[in-house]
Design a protein around this ligand. Sequence first.
Ligand code: FES
Length: 119
Amino acid sequence: MTADDNGAGGDDPPLFYDRHVFFCVNERPDGHPRGCCKAKGSVKLRNYMKARAKELGIKRVRVNNAGCLDRCELGPTVVIYPEGVWYRCETTEDVDRVLEQHLRDGGRVKDIMLMPDDR
Ligand code: FES
């Protein structure tokens, strides 16, 4: 069976957004053993990313708030689809690099990229 036979994929409409950025803004109570991205500044960083994407003229990218992405210890966590590439964005400089190098220029920011085995 091919993708066209089962109706999957072949007739999909064009993408509405080229990419979605999911930025974890989950909050946990103080003292939770896993911590949370909000306590590491993710709300400000996410707001910065959204505003800066507009300033840079990066189009067809949606920067969304996300709930817990279950990689709390590595946060603030960001995942970009459809690539499925994860980053730890701790500073506005990290956000700028993801915007400019990944989202605008199609590259990667290797030193803050999370690998599947990172814990
Ligand atoms: S709180 Fe951000 S990944 Fe869990």
